[in-house]
Design a protein around this ligand. Structure first.
Ligand code: ADP
Length: 414
């Protein structure tokens, strides 16, 4: 494990090394230029080189020391301005010393000093200007990060300033976007978990309450023999209802956990379609409904779990029968559409409102008109159907307008 103080020292050592190299290179370049332009004697050049090394080394060491020791004490602006000023002061001292050695006239020296003060002022102005932008962007980023930390996930930063700052702002915005999305997903999951628990308790409480009343009536002798027989029959119905509910719930949770293993086989949906029509014919007949179906053209072979797809078909056609008034008609149709097999169950029943349409595939959701238990289902059928179709890499959806009926469709890839 790298110890943190060693980690902190490493950039300092690296910076020191790099600065040393830069001072040596700068001194060498200056000496070469002095040789080229002034053809100074080599003794003077050597003296100049040593002088530059010493003064450059001291200046670099001073600036570095300042940067290191001041980084926690003062802000970026003061740090930069003082570093620039130190650089300018050192240049000034260098020129003073060298000009003295070169015996410049006091007049020239004053002019050089004035020019240096002028350039020093410009350097400080630029340092202030540059650092202002930097400090403002960093301060804004800190403010936004604090808001984010307090739970405001909609917060974003306007990318501005240099390319790096704009990139940092974009990265910050991306991070905030992802956090916002994850938070929304988490809230949605929490909401549906609560709704699910409430729905399960509600759906179990009602039959359990009626079971308790009926058993009490029978055991207390309040119900006579005839009533007791009726109660027993009803109790059987309630137990059956609860068993189906628990079985469906278990199936749904296994599907959601991805632990249902599909028994995949190759074949066409033709047999399943005719089996569904056959098995639900009597149910439709009881309601005086017309249940018919057809296969358009020839269906290609696909890979599917026939037991599970049969279940989906039974659910869709069963619902169509249940939610279509007596005398209505239900039409089941299968065809090849592009590279998908499309199955449609069309009825001319009560239809589904737009608000219900968005939710009927959610567990325990029952449309406005089917809330009463006399309609039967617990609102798990379509939720299971959707997960089964999705497990087959297919898609299921509904089209409906209130009044003229509903069409449930699903497609499976060929
Ligand atoms: P349920 O057990 O209540 O039938 P489903 O998940 O199968 O549960 O259906 C959810 C809801 O979708 C139903 O309560 C009903 O409101 C609506 N629904 C499903 N099929 C139809 C249909 N063919 N016509 C009208 N409404 C339907």
């Amino acid at each position: 494990m790298i110890n943190s103080s060693r980690k902190a020292q490493f950039p300092l050592l690296k910076m020191g090394g790099l600065t040393l190299v830069a001072v040596v290179v700068a001194a060498l370049v200056t000496v070469v230029l002095a040789d080229l332009w002034m053809q100074a004697p080599s003794k003077d050049l050597a003296a100049l080189f040593i002088y530059l090394l010493v003064s450059g080394g001291i200046s670099a060491a001073l600036v570095l020391a300042w940067l290191v020791f001041s980084q926690r004490l003062v802000g970026l602006r003061v740090q930069l301005v003082i570093a620039y000023l130190t650089g300018a002061a050192i240049t000034f001292i260098n020129i003073l010393v060298t000009s003295n050695l070169m015996f410049l006239s006091p007049h020239d020296l004053t002019l050089i000093s004035i020019l240096l003060i002028f350039s020093g002022a410009i350097v400080v102005f630029f340092a202030l200007f540059l650092s202002k932008q930097l400090v403002q962007s960093v301060a804004e980023m800190i403010g936004r990060a604090n808001e984010l930390a307090e739970g405001n996930f909609t917060v974003r930063v306007k990318p501005s300033g240099s390319a790096e700052l704009a990139r940092l702002a974009n990265t910050f915005n991306q991070m905030a976007g992802q956090l916002e999305h994850s938070f929304a997903v988490q809230q949605e999951m929490e909401r549906s978990r609560k709704e699910l628990v409430a729905a399960i308790s509600h759906d179990l409480r009602t039959p359990l309450a009626s079971l308790r009343l009926m058993t009490e009536a029978v055991s207390d002798g309040v119900a006579d023999e005839h009533q007791a027989a009726i109660f027993l029959e009803r109790m059987r119905g309630e137990v059956e209802y609860m068993t189906t509910l628990i079985d469906n719930l278990f199936e749904l949770s296994r599907l959601e956990a991805g632990s249902v293993k599909l028994n995949l086989e190759r074949g066409t949906l033709a047999d399943l379609i005719s089996d569904t029509l056959e098995s639900l014919q009597s149910q439709a007949h009881q309601k005086n409904q017309l249940l018919a179906g057809e296969i358009e053209g020839e269906l290609p072979e696909i890979t599917f779990d026939s037991h599970q797809i049969q279940r989906v078909l039974n659910n869709l056609v069963g619902n169509a029968i249940r939610y279509t008034p007596a005398g209505g008609s239900i039409h089941l149709q299968a065809s090849l559409k592009g590279d998908k097999v499309l199955v449609r169950v069309q009825d001319n029943g009560e239809g589904i409102s737009a608000a219900d349409r968005e939710k009927i595939f959610e567990p325990f959701y029952r449309g406005e008109r089917s809330r009463g238990r006399e309609h039967g289902g617990a609102g798990l059928g379509l939720a299971i159907a959707r997960r089964l179709i999705e497990a087959h890499h297919g898609r299921i959806w509904v089209e409906s307008q209130e009044g003229p009926g509903s069409t449930f469709s699903f497609e499976l890839p060929v």
